[in-house]
Design a protein around this ligand. Sequence first.
Ligand SMILES: *Cc1c(COP(=O)(O)O)cnc(C)c1O
Length: 443
Amino acid sequence: MSSSNGGPSLPQERKIVTEIPGPRSRELQERRKAAVAPGVGSTLPVYTVAAGGGVIVDVDGNSLIDFGSGIAVTNVGNAHPEVVRRVSEQVAAFTHTCFMVTPYEAYVAVCERLNALTPGDHEKRTILVNSGAEAVENAVKIARYATRRPAVVVFDHGYHGRTLLTMTLTSKNMPYKEGFGPYAPEVYRMPMAYPFRSELDGPATAAEAIDRITTQIGVHNVAAVVVEPILGEGGFIEPSPGFLPAIDAFAKENGIVFVADEIQTGFGRTGRMFASEHEGVVPDLITTAKGVAGGLPLAAVTGRAELMDAVHGGGLGGTYGGNPLACEAALAVFDVLESEDLPGRARRIGEVMLPRLRAMAGRLPQIGDVRGRGAMTAVELVVPGTKTPDPGAAAAVARACHERGLLVLTAGTYGNVLRFLPPLVIPEHLLLEGLDLLEEAFQ
Ligand SMILES: *Cc1c(COP(=O)(O)O)cnc(C)c1O
């Protein structure tokens, strides 16, 4: 462990030795402008050389506190020794055969673990793919095949990816959809129970959605409803209590496949292994990615055997899906989640962060709402005394955090949410220092 360049053996401290970004990062940014298409953005263009525990170290020698986890990916921490060990052994043995050509045990083992880990004790099957968007695409393919129905229902503020189908499922136009149409057909968007911005409670909003599904689409035409149990890019919106169970019950009564998109919420992030568990929802299909493999590209669809088994042989797959390096990383992640009780760590992070954020909201009229569960928390910024979104304030506070060496991300349909996604292994002193820096950034 001590011979590695990153991982938890990195000094767990914030250290700022240049302005942010520093001179070497700025040089790389210039090179990038000549080589990389500008459609791909970066939140904070400091160029990384090492990361682990709760820090990211850049080319100028700055050590930043990480409240982003590469967008909820490095739940177990960057370069976790167990991930490094298993991936290193695998990379020396073989790097790829294609599971569709000659298979290997790790793929099967990952599917077994996901079947056991996801909510519900019914019989399940899993397929592995490369990205979250690809998992959502496959969930829709499976639901359509199994039901022989065309329509897909999604919700306001939802985010499901950037491919043609998944950007169609995504709610927000700019930047995800602008100019990229026409979109895929048979996608219908319903209202979401967004407690801060709607008067209706969860069951009432669900009743409204159910009425529209029934009258505007016809239940017999609906293959799937796809929903995030806590909406990620949409601004860490927790649907009001009762909304998800009501939609789930409606789906089950009408032969509609309930797909929980747990790509951002999964693997301990919210204090439970999966966020669906908070309200006892058992999804028919569940999509996972991000936190599953400690940063290696892997994603999955897991679900009821009778749905997953419906599709004909050869109908699902892909060249790299379930790459052996990514599978070994995932097996390490599953072990670490349990051995280090990372859902428990996530709950502890929430217990530290939420009271501090609420106290800040009491003093700072720009904070209109504080929300989240476990290590997935956020503040929504508004024009003081109103609910008018203030994306400018969110951008300014994020910038002030970055200058101080605290990496935070923004989110939200209105771009006015600061979201906090620390690695679940972040040491508590960095969590507290990060909160102090955040408060300073507001001043
Ligand atoms: C990130 C995300 C996706 C897309 O995952 P990619 O790996 O970026 O394709 C889909 N759904 C949710 C909820 C996400 O957070």
